[in-house]
Design a protein around this ligand. Structure first.
Ligand code: ADP
Ligand code: MG
Length: 299
């Protein structure tokens, strides 16, 4: 496993920021860590990257323990903090060279060049960091996080504060990087995990409330909603007799909204129509958006 978190609790003074949190991140995945503000995302990430210790529980990165083997962990992990403190007065190249020095990277000049290419900083590479847009500053942050070629990247809200174009570019870049590395990224935006993550872990008030692949999460809530249009009027009571139908609401004219137990109930509705001399003009399945699922899990 790339990351293994077992029964981790973090208490700040009296505040329980993480409460018995467990999850794993498999190699090669892009995992979204989704939760509202104050949920505990940054706290978890700081523990994984050895910046703060947990109060109890165990965290391993590539098999190394964050408390007992922090040097090994840091070698495996690249970290882009939420408010990444960059040296605004430094030039892009100078800054990356400086970070390369911290990691004692040999052949720094070439590595810095490689990083500039990898994150698409080419045109801006001769500027001071202070002169860059937020999107380009995030690229510098990503380059800094990856300069020692870690296996695992921890990105804390990497797209927060970006305009829509920059957002799109940084998401693309993260997807690209995700082909080579294991990535865990935090966000409070549902669309973000839909756009880039293989798996989503949802955290709320310090507790994990969902942990699934993004596709399965959508389907987790089993009741399906179908919108059906018949060619004639029909009595609601009769519709309720169809096997597997939980609820029926009249929408408009001959349109009805069915809540049904599962996919197979669609056949029952067709059969019912045939038996009652009706025709099904349209049948549409609504999948719950991740946004609805997120709301339900976190309120
Ligand atoms: P998120 O990143 O999901 O917004 P955080 O991990 O930053 O959440 O915070 C989780 C909870 O812990 C919040 O209630 C926050 O106020 C609290 N917290 C975070 N850091 C500290 C700290 N250094 N001291 C006390 N409380 C903290
Ligand atoms: Mg945070």
């Amino acid at each position: 496993m790339s990351i293994e978190v077992k029964n981790v609790t973090k208490i700040y003074g009296r505040q329980r920021a993480l409460d018995d949190v467990s999850f794993v991140v498999e190699p090669g995945n892009i995992v979204g860590f989704l939760g509202p503000n104050g949920a505990g995302k940054s706290t978890m990430m700081k523990i994984i990257t050895c910046f703060i210790p947990q109060t109890s529980g165990e965290v391993k990165v590539c098999g190394f323990d964050v408390v007992d083997q922090p040097i090994d962990v840091k070698r495996q992990v690249g970290y882009l903090p939420e408010h990444n403190p960059l040296y605004l007065d430094m030039y892009v190249k100078e800054y990356l060279d400086f970070i390369g020095g911290v990691y004692k990277i040999s052949d720094r000049k070439n590595r810095v060049k490689e990083m500039i290419d990898m994150v698409g900083l080419g045109v801006e590479q001769n500027k001071k960091i202070g002169a860059l847009s937020k999107g380009y500053r995030q690229r510098v942050g990503l380059a800094q996080a990856m300069i020692h070629d870690p296996k695992v990247l921890i990105l804390d809200e990497p797209t927060t504060g970006l305009d829509p174009n920059q957002l799109e570019e940084i998401r693309e870049l993260i997807k690209q990087i995700g082909k080579e590395k294991t990535i865990m990224l935090s966000t409070h935006i549902m669309q973000e995990v839909e756009a880039i993550c293989d798996k989503t872990i949802i955290i709320n008030k310090g507790k994990i409330v969902a942990d699934n692949n993004t596709q399965a999460l959508r389907q987790q809530d089993s009741n399906l909603v179908l919108t059906v249009e018949f060619d004639k009027t029909i009595d609601q009571k009769q519709l309720l007799t169809i096997e597997g139908v939980i609820q029926v609401k009249h929408k408009s004219d001959n349109n009805w909204v069915f809540e049904v137990a599962n996919d197979a109930v669609r056949n029952n509705i067709f059969q019912f129509a045939v038996n009652h001399g009706l025709m099904v003009l349209t049948m549409q399945k609504e999948t719950k958006s991740l946004e609805q699922i997120f709301k339900k899990l976190t309120t």
